[in-house]
Design a protein around this ligand. Structure first.
Ligand code: ATP
Ligand code: MG
Length: 235
């Protein structure tokens, strides 16, 4: 059997000397969606930032395929095929939609070749190629963020609360985009979320994070259609 695409082994990390994540072990296989659920401040964004190399692990290991990536920086992760859609927006507001998308690809040729793929998922982005990104609505900015990730065709994308602030139709649209990325482009997804039904609708595996630890994990079916999980997320 081949090794998982991304494998975290007893990963501990945090800020200064304070650990936020404690002994996280998690695997994401190729073309699979894994969702980590948790309330505010539980360590979800820290997990993605640690994988990307923005936050250095205190102990444990990050394997990407056969390679040990525990102490490499974000540049190296991106080159290996790991994309990050962070919680805070990282679009260039003064650039057009098209120029923001072009930042995701290395050549004109790839841009033209992959644009139809974006059109299939988010037709609205194609209608707005000449509009500056800063003038898009909040939901459209999230679509652009996802489009920029998808046009890069990474091996895995780490997605931080993409459903936050989206109306139900837009949440469904995001779910379709992720499922399409998995099924048609073979992209793996590690999603961190508070939106339970969204996570359950797309994920092959879910894990519940509490105070930096994983306290439950399984398939959406195994975790009882979400009742136990909902209790963990209740405020
Ligand atoms: N740069 C930082 N320096 C110090 N502490 C930080 C830093 N970033 C995050 N933290 C702390 O780490 C803990 C986890 O934060 P994190 O952002 O990972 O949570 P989260 O699960 O993503 O929350 P949310 O759902 O609100 O986005 C919090 O207590 C937070 O205050
Ligand atoms: Mg967060």
């Amino acid at each position: 059997m081949s090794s998982p695409l991304l494998c975290l082994n007893d990963l501990t990390s945090g800020y200064g000397s304070a650990a936020v994540l404690h002994d996280i072990s998690l695997e994401v296989d190729r073309a699979r969606i894994v969702a980590v659920l948790g309330k505010n401040g539980m360590g979800k964004s820290t997990l993605l930032k640690t994988i990307m190399g923005f936050v250095r692990p205190m102990s444990g290991r990050i394997m990407f395929g056969e390679e040990d990536m525990t102490n490499v920086g974000p540049n190296r992760m991106v080159r290996a095929g790991v994309a990050h859609a962070p919680q805070e927006h990282t679009l260039f507001p003064d650039l057009t939609v098209e120029d923001n998308l072009r930042l995701g690809v290395i050549s004109d040729r790839l841009f033209r070749q992959r644009l139809p793929e974006i059109e299939a998922v988010f037709p609205r982005m194609i209608e707005r190629l000449r509009q500056s990104a800063g003038t898009l609505s909040g939901g459209e900015q999230k679509m652009l963020l996802m489009s920029r990730v998808l046009i890069a065709q990474p091996k895995i994308v780490l997605v931080d609360e993409i459903s936050e602030g989206l109306q139900p139709t837009m949440v469904n649209r995001m779910a379709e985009a992720l499922i399409r990325a998995r099924d048609e482009l073979g992209i793996a997804v590690l999603l961190v979320e508070q939106h339970l039904s969204f996570a359950l609708s797309v994920a092959d595996q879910v894990a519940m994070m509490k105070l930096g630890e994983i306290v439950e994990r399984g398939t959406p079916q195994e975790l009882g259609e979400g009742d136990r999980l909902a209790a963990h997320l209740a405020v």
